[in-house]
Design a protein around this ligand. Structure first.
Ligand code: DMJ
Length: 567
């Protein structure tokens, strides 16, 4: 454990060194550099790779990877808006409507399609007003990008038709799940849908999406071990754990992220309680010196004493729950690894203080920068800006090529891979930019910077952006106020329909219906999805929206308690 002692000393050292204080002028200069990084890669993707999914930055051409969706363009769309480029956002949104086709004979990852394609389209839909796009009268409860997101998500639904409700990992977009498909799915592949699917349900009024996501979450919850942990891969037909390593990294990460963010987005205590129960087992069994190890899910014995780069989202998540001390200490551990290599290797052996064989790569992942963004907002400590600047310099130096940014194959000798994952433009660049732009509207509230609240819906009764934004795991921001607004509207329409029905029916029948309606009202509070059902195939008409200004801003806090308001 000598290396871990060294790492601990380094952490103390990092804590003691006074961070450089960035002036607004310096931060603005860094923002400009980040913008030019984005356009270097983005323009090169358009010139050399579109309509393929990804740019190949060494050969300056393109390839399909996760499907055949022009994935990088969908994933990067909301980053254009984040950087303030409204005209390009509008242009791309209309290109995507004209060119992307989900009726294709392609086997796609249910997880990746959801977080990148459905998440990207939903977020672009919700930001379309700010980007100055022409909006349908019913927006944000309807709109072309929302319809595209819905269409993509519908292609994923067959994967959830299993006896357990837990989805298969892959689905053919044209034919559904192949009869030869493996039933083994990773934990994150089961539990990373509630943000996008609940958003879809609450915007469109179709409960199907939220229902399947919740069913999968509840099924997964019931499979936890006696000591409260989940493993890495599960058989979705038999519910047997196939890989029994429990940890917070690859294969599991975004499951925990979605319990917390789902709780915030949907004001849902069930999800928060699940997370807290997991968190206490995680703290008990996997945490050592503010690192998180991998342990056997039934016994709690250490199976892999390694840190994975994907785990670096955890301090950011902790800060969302107000658990700052722990978040800061864990972040410092991870930052010490960054400084050792100028990037985060995929795996890092904690006892040896070095990379792990065949896992020396750094595919320009966002997680450490994402945590830095949350922690800077929470603490104001410029150490996090320093990490951001280190990351920028390092990416420029190691991975920039003449037509983009290449994944690093090996951080020890800086060999490159011919791949630029779409999350580089969707997440890494976005979080980096937001780190250096603390008054950006996406940081929430309507009082600072360009963060004015936005009106939506007919007559402008829908106040959007008032409760901050929740980022999905691919950094696509979702607006809780829009969900609330649209599902309120659905509820009102349902009530109106009940009244009209009761008026148009004979007395006796109307009495029995109003009795049923009263009984419904007396039932314990259900998830909102159960009260917003439309009949299959039914479309919305332009709504008369009514939205609150208060509730979300009063209840949500980036730093503090999720349920601070008990009313
Ligand atoms: C992204 O696709 C998402 O952040 C996902 O949750 C994990 N992997 C990549 C980034 O590392």
């Amino acid at each position: 454990m000598r290396a871990s002692v060294c790492a601990a000393l380094l952490v103390c050292f990092l804590n003691d060194v006074a961070a450089h204080q960035f002036t607004e002028q310096e931060m603005s200069a860094v923002r400009e550099r980040i913008k030019s990084m984005f356009y270097h890669a983005y323009n090169s993707y358009l010139d050399n790779a579109f309509p393929y999914d990804e740019l190949r930055p060494l050969t300056c051409d393109g390839q399909d990877t996760w499907g055949s969706f022009s994935l990088t363009l969908i994933d990067a769309l909301d980053t254009l808006l984040v950087l303030g480029n409204h005209s390009e956002f509008q242009r791309v949104a209309s290109i995507l409507q004209d060119t992307v086709d989900f009726d294709i004979d392609v086997n796609a990852s249910v997880f990746e399609t959801n977080i990148r394609v459905v998440g990207g389209l939903l977020s672009a839909h919700l930001l379309a007003g700010r980007a100055g796009m022409e909006l349908e009268p019913g927006w944000p409860c309807s709109g072309p990008l929302l319809r595209m997101a819905e269409e993509a998500a519908r292609k994923l639904i067959p994967a959830f038709q299993t006896p357990t409700g837990m989805p298969y990992g892959t689905v053919n977009l044209l034919h559904g799940v192949s009869p030869t498909e493996t039933p083994v799915t990773c934990t994150a592949g089961v539990g990373t849908f509630i943000l996008e699917f609940a958003t879809l349900s609450r915007l469109t009024g179709d409960p199907t999406f939220e229902d399947v996501a919740r069913r999968a979450l509840r099924a997964l919850w019931r499979t936890r071990s006696d000591i409260g942990l989940v493993g890495n891969h599960i058989d979705v037909l038999s519910k047997k754990w196939v890989a029994q390593d429990a940890g917070i990294g690859a294969g599991v990460d975004s499951y925990f992220e979605y319990l917390v963010k789902g709780a915030i987005l949907l004001q849902d205590e069930e999800l928060l309680n699940m997370f807290h129960a997991y968190d206490s087992a995680i703290q008990n069994y996997t945490r050592f010196d503010d690192w998180y190890l991998w342990v056997q899910m039934h016994k709690g014995t250490v199976s892999m004493p390694i840190f994975q780069s994907l785990e670096a989202f955890w301090p950011g998540l902790q800060s969302l729950l107000g658990n700052l001390d722990s978040a800061v200490r864990t972040f410092q551990n991870y930052y010490s690894v960054w400084r050792q290599f100028g990037g985060l290797p995929e795996f890092y052996s904690i006892p040896q203080g070095y990379t792990v064989e065949k896992r020396e790569g750094y595919p320009l992942r966002p997680e450490l920068i994402e945590s830095a963004m949350y922690l800077y907002r929470a603490t104001g400590d410029h150490t996090y800006l320093q990490l951001g600047l280190d990351a920028l310099e390092s990416i420029e130096k190691i991975s920039r090529t003449s037509c983009g940014y290449a994944s690093v194959k090996d951080l020890r000798d800086h060999q490159l891979d011919n791949r630029m994952e779409s999350f580089f433009l969707a997440e890494t660049i976005k979080y980096l930019y937001l780190l250096f732009d603390p008054t950006h509207f996406l940081h929430g509230g309507g009082t600072e910077g360009d963060g004015s609240w936005e009106e939506g819906g007919e007559g402008g009764q829908c106040v959007l952006g008032a409760g901050g934004f929740i980022f999905n795991t691919e950094a696509h921001p979702l607006d809780p106020a829009a969900l609330y607004c649209c599902s309120r509207h659905s509820q009102e329409r349902q009530e109106l329909r009940d009244v009209l029905l009761s008026l148009s029916q004979p007395r006796e029948k109307a009495d029995s219906q109003s009795k049923a309606a009263n009984e419904r009202a007396e039932e314990p509070a259900q998830s909102q999805s159960e009260s917003i059902a439309l009949k299959p195939g039914e479309r919305k008409t332009p709504p008369a929206l009514s939205c609150p200004v208060q509730p979300f801003s009063a209840r949500l806090s980036v730093l503090g308690q999720v349920f601070s308001d008990n009313s």
